[in-house]
Write a protein that binds this ligand. Structure first.
Ligand code: AMP
Length: 194
C-alpha cells in the first residue's frame, strides 16, 4: 500500500499513520519527523531548516525532494509507505508524481483528514504544552494554517481531479478515525480491482 495522508497541521496525520503502519506493514514516512531528526542531529541541512520550521514556514522544495528520494528508495519502502507531511504544495505533488513514476511505485490512495480550524488550534495548544514544539505556539499555528490554506489545500484538488482523493472526518476518538481511514482504503482497493 502506497498512501499519502493529507490534512492540516494537527489534523492527526502522524497519529493515524503510526497506528496504520503496523496494520499495513509499511513504514510511516513523516517529512516533519525527518527534518526534526536532522535538526536534533545538527546536520548542515538541519541547521538550515531549523529557523524556517520554528517560524512555521515551509522548508525548500529541493531539500525535501532530495530527502524524500533517499527515503523512498530504501529497502523497507519497497513494500509501500504511508507518506505524512508531503506533498505540501503543487510543485511537491508534481515532483512526487515524477519520482514515483521513475521508481515505478504508483500511489494507491490519498486520504485527507478533515478537521475544523478551531479543533486544530485546540489540539496544537495541547501539544505545545506537552512537547514544547516552537511551531505549535498559537501564533505560529495561525501562520501554518494560513500557509496550509494557501499552498497545501490545492494539493487535495490535484488528487481529486485524478479521482484519487478520499476525505475522512478526522474528529472523534482515535479508534473511530482509524476505522474510517481503513474503510476508505478498503473502498479504494475495491474500486481499483473492480
Ligand atoms: P510537520 O511535522 O509535518 O507539521 O512538519 C513540521 C515542519 O517541517 C513544517 O511546518 C515545515 O516547516 C517542515 N516541513 C515538513 N514537511 C515539509 C514539506 N513537505 N515541505 C516543506 N516543509 C516541510
Amino acid at each position: 500500500m502506497r498512501l499519502v495522508l493529507l490534512g492540516a497541521p494537527g489534523s492527526g496525520k502522524g497519529t493515524q499513520a503510526a497506528r496504520l503502519k503496523t496494520e499495513l506493514g509499511v513504514p510511516h514516512i513523516s517529512t516533519g519527523d525527518m527534518l526534526r531528526a536532522a535538526v536534533a542531529a545538527g546536520t548542515p541541512m538541519g541547521l538550515k531548516a531549523k529557523a524556517v520550521m520554528d517560524a512555521g514556514q515551509l522548508v525548500s522544495d529541493d531539500i525535501l525532494l532530495g530527502m524524500l528520494e533517499d527515503r523512498l528508495t530504501q529497502d523497507d519502502a519497497k513494500a509501500g509507505f504511508i507518506l505524512d507531511g508531503y506533498p505540501r504544495n503543487l510543485a511537491q505533488a508534481d515532483a512526487l508524481d515524477h519520482l514515483l513514476e521513475r521508481i515505478v511505485q504508483p500511489l494507491d490512495a490519498v486520504v485527507k483528514l478533515k478537521v475544523p480550524s478551531e479543533v486544530i488550534i485546540g489540539r496544537c495548544e495541547i501539544r505545545f504544552k506537552a512537547e514544547h514544539r516552537k511551531d505549535d505556539d498559537p501564533e505560529v499555528v495561525r501562520k501554518r494554517l494560513a500557509i496550509y490554506a494557501e499552498q497545501t489545500a490545492p494539493v487535495a484538488d490535484f488528487y481529486a481531479k485524478r479521482g484519487k482523493l478520499q476525505i475522512v472526518d478526522g474528529v472523534g476518538e482515535l479508534d473511530e478515525v482509524t476505522a474510517r481511514v481503513k474503510h476508505a482504503l478498503e473502498n479504494e482497493s475495491a474500486a481499483a480491482s473492480g
